[in-house]
Design a protein around this ligand. Structure first.
Ligand SMILES: *Cc1c(COP(=O)(O)O)cnc(C)c1O
Length: 411
């Protein structure tokens, strides 16, 4: 064994696929390595509050599942997912208002990251055009990038993706003969921007998808984590034609360590995605599928989500109040009604990439640089702040430190 590849480094470079050469280390993951030290207050990660995980209940359920149903829970399962969980998912989707959904419309995935990877694999040839929000979710961009997608970005405002600009860009591209493969959106409490797509724009987005025949990927990990404001129907619910592929996950509503999510789509898309999944991992872990299913069937989900919403709302309010108190008036931010993030905009002359180093080294506070959320890194005046992981005291203190730093840069 030679740890570094030794004399063969050149050989490895020659063997890696051209696809693998487009993969780049996520700026976030690289930066997070810097902020692991305990004296740093970090608003950088995107993690749920681990103090809320229902550990005791899941422990009891896990024991029951392994001892009494271990034969199935520890065995390989169907690629599409174990039947009880798929039935539970169908019921949840129906209760949400999605009509005509059956078992053939569900594919359980190894959380949404796998769903994004499978979608990229199944839809994207090298150089294919995919429309994404600007900013957009790093994990989604990374999955699409690995299959050499060409990104076209459409900006967001407080009401989500700007559908007028979207339509203009589609007309222009299709006019040149471009086959636009997908539109990728995060409609609820967007990561990173924290904004929610308005009802009017949801309808407009679906109209555009139908008119120009482009499927929509609706990535919705946060829909259930709403603290306030009006709930809008999902694109899946509003879609009459079957153009939407919906991605859901247990990561933000239960436990990311389960690595469990699901795709809802028409049966044609599901079969193709299931074939791709078979090659990727045969099946998602049967054990966590049975545990998550029993957690829902035994009726624990609603109480748990109530608790999550209550705690996160308090943390969000604490962060926004601290920002009012400590941030210079030249800096603005979104006011999310749910989810886990606030998106901060600085004056043009403040470069948040450069500021990050000072924030970590001098002020011992971390955020994610805005440029990480643009496929071509073009924006340097934003930062993403997570409010779910830190304590209320840390939130106030961290925002105070960041406020001092921002204040010192104001001209
Ligand atoms: C957190 C998150 C996911 C979830 O990833 P998992 O692989 O399910 O843990 C997906 N999309 C967005 C936008 C997210 O913020």
């Amino acid at each position: 064994m030679n740890k570094k590849g030794g004399q063969n480094l050149k050989m490895w470079e020659e063997k890696f696929s051209s696809r693998s050469k487009t993969m780049k280390a996520s700026a976030i993951r690289e930066l997070l390595k810097l902020v692991e030290s305990p004296d740093i207050i970090s608003f950088a990660g995107g993690m749920p509050d681990p103090n809320l995980f229902p550990k005791e209940i899941l422990g009891e359920i896990a024991k029951e599942v392994f001892v009494n149903h271990g034969g199935k829970a520890l065995q390989y399962g169907p690629t599409e997912g174990v039947k009880p969980l798929r039935e539970t998912i169908v019921k949840m989707m129906q209760e949400e208002g999605i009509k005509n959904v059956g078992l053939e419309n569900v594919l359980v995935t190894t959380a949404s990251q796998q769903a994004l990877d499978l979608i990229a694999k199944v839809f994207v040839d090298p150089g294919d055009t995919v429309i994404v929000e600007a900013p957009s979710y790093v994990g989604g961009l990374q999955a699409l990038q690995a299959f050499q997608a060409n990104f076209v970005t459409v900006p967001l405002d407080e009401e989500g993706i700007k559908t007028d600009i979207l339509e203009e860009k589609i007309k222009e591209l299709q006019g040149k003969g471009v086959n636009i493969k997908l539109i990728y959106v995060i409609p609820n409490f967007q990561n990173p921007a924290g904004v929610t797509l308005s009802l009017e724009r949801r309808k407009e987005l679906l109209r555009i998808s139908h008119t120009y025949e482009i499927p929509i990927i609706e990535d919705d990990p946060y829909g259930e984590i709403r603290f306030e404001g009006e709930k809008f129907p999902s694109l899946l619910e509003l879609d009459q034609i079957g153009n939407v592929i919906g991605l859901r996950t247990f990561s933000k509503i239960l436990a990311p360590g389960f690595r469990l999510g699901w795709i809802i789509a028409n049966a044609t898309a599901i079969s193709k995605l299931a074939l791709a999944k078979q090659a990727a991992d045969l099946c998602s872990p049967s054990s966590t599928q049975y545990i998550a299913d029993k957690f829902i069937r035994d009726g624990y989900m609603n109480d748990y989500l109530d608790k999550v919403r209550k705690v996160y709302k308090e943390k969000k309010d604490t962060m926004l109040n601290a920002m009012e108190k400590y941030f210079p008036k030249e800096v603005t931010w979104t006011k999310p009604h749910g989810g886990m993030f606030v998106w901060v905009e600085t004056p043009e002359y403040i470069d948040t990439d450069a500021l990050f180093i000072e924030a970590v080294k001098e002020k011992k506070v971390a955020y994610v640089i805005g440029s990480a959320f643009y496929p071509y890194g073009e924006d340097k005046r934003h930062m993403r702040l997570n409010f779910t992981l830190s304590t209320l005291e840390q939130i106030d203190e961290g925002i105070k430190r960041l406020g001092e730093l921002l204040q010192s840069k104001i001209r």
